[in-house]
Design a binder for this molecule. Structure first.
Ligand code: FNR
Length: 369
């Protein structure tokens, strides 16, 4: 279907399912075990209801914000998704070019198909990037990678902490024998490839399962970039992260791809904010909370913001957008978000992101633990 027929983010998924090779669809769309968490990621947002405010002169509304002090035209960043070339020959560069045109921040995946330098070389002047880090068993490789990223201007280091081992994504595992270039290219410098268990497992065997809280000071010693822990799922770990002195956390279950029946980010947000507030850790402008997983509408984003998130990560919708339509698809996805932010903020009675407050949601279905 022509791009003009796309009217919401779900549409990209439906098109991607048709146009993608079977193996790419299996890798991108799969989630772990019984795929309960990936479903819950959508459903949790549907249990949160609005309490809108009226008569507030919403003739002009502004949904721009900052993320880690960096300007962003949307309270949304493009989250890291690996192996973009399985779905489009230009891979992650589709995201980079679209993000440049619209002032959106892209998080580059350790396992991106395009090399880190190819992505940075394609950047517009001043374009902002974050880096998603899988920590290598060989810390020298990780140190060099991180320091190179910092030198090339990356503004935030998102260390993935929910993947000491990759989840069993059974749809993906049924596609044995990795023989594609997209997978081969990312392996440069990351040793230990197994080729018989689906794409995800094949490319991830270098990840260090011994990673622990004791390693955080080391990361702080090798970089001045803000450090964010991606993949927090409980208030206890949010408190430990704050006390470890990192600059932020992503409440995430990896798009349902890791621990199945882990709760959704929006559900975890409520208990995290409660626990941090209790200790005087929230609000703190030097510690930002992000949420990802299942965000398909500006309304979802605004709910997370109302409940205390600074911004929200979006994975599959941008991925599917470029698989189906390349860079143009990603630009369209961003445009859809913009239109939805305008409408939702008007109907909600919030002129700026700061005016999206807890009283605007009925989150009584989300327990605070
Ligand atoms: C991911 N995600 C991910 N996260 C990460 O830290 N490192 C990675 O390499 C990847 N790779 C990856 C590949 C694919 C195909 C998907 C769908 C996801 C997780 C991603 O950053 C984010 O947490 C989720 O995608 C958010 O959920 P939604 O927006 O996809 O529902």
């Amino acid at each position: 279907p022509p791009l003009d027929n796309i009217i919401n983010l779900h549409d990209f998924e439906n098109v991607a399912k048709i146009v993608l090779p079977e193996k790419a669809w299996a890798y991108y769309s799969s989630a772990s075990d019984d795929e309960i968490t990936i479903r819950e990621n959508r459903m949790a947002y549907q249990r949160v209801w609005w309490r809108p405010r009226i008569l507030r002169d919403v003739s002009s509304v502004d949904w721009s914000t900052t993320i880690l002090g960096q300007k962003s035209t949307l309270p949304v960043y493009i989250s890291a998704t690996a192996l973009g070339k399985l779905g489009h020959p230009d891979g992650e560069l589709c995201l980079t070019r679209a993000a440049a045109n619209h002032g959106v921040i892209q998080m580059i995946a350790t396992l991106a198909s395009c090399s880190f330098d190819d992505i940075i070389d394609a950047a517009a002047p001043g374009q902002v990037f974050f880096l998603q880090l899988y920590v290598n068993r060989d810390r020298e490789i990780t140190r060099k990678y991180v320091q190179h990223a910092e030198k090339r201007g990356v503004k935030g280091l998102f260390i993935t902490v929910d993947a000491p081992q990759l989840g069993r994504r059974e749809k993906d595992m049924r596609m044995k024998h990795v023989d594609d270039d997209a997978g081969a290219e990312v392996q440069k410098g990351q040793d230990g490839v197994k080729k018989d268990q689906g794409v995800a497992r094949a490319i991830s065997s270098f990840i260090d399962p011994s990673l622990s809280w004791k390693d955080i000071p080391w990361f702080k010693s090798i970089t001045k970039m803000p450090i964010i822990l991606k993949g927090i799922g409980s208030a206890e770990d949010a408190v430990l992260a704050y006390e470890a002195g990192v600059q932020g956390i992503v409440l995430s279950n990896h798009g349902g791809r890791q621990l199945d029946t882990a709760r959704s980010g929006i559900e975890v947000l409520v208990e995290v904010v409660t626990a941090l507030r209790l200790r005087g850790y929230f609000p703190d402008p030097k510690f930002e909370i992000y949420v990802d997983g299942g965000v398909r509408r500006a309304s979802d984003v605004l709910k997370a913001i109302a409940l205390g998130a600074k911004a929200v990560g979006v994975g599959r919708p941008f991925l599917y957008a470029f698989c189906a339509y390349g860079q143009e698809g990603v630009e369209k996805a961003i445009q859809i978000f913009r239109d939805e932010f305008e409408m939702n903020m008007r109907l909600l009675g919030a002129r700026t992101i700061d005016e999206v407050v807890p009283d605007m949601v009925d989150a009584s279905s989300l327990k605070s633990h």
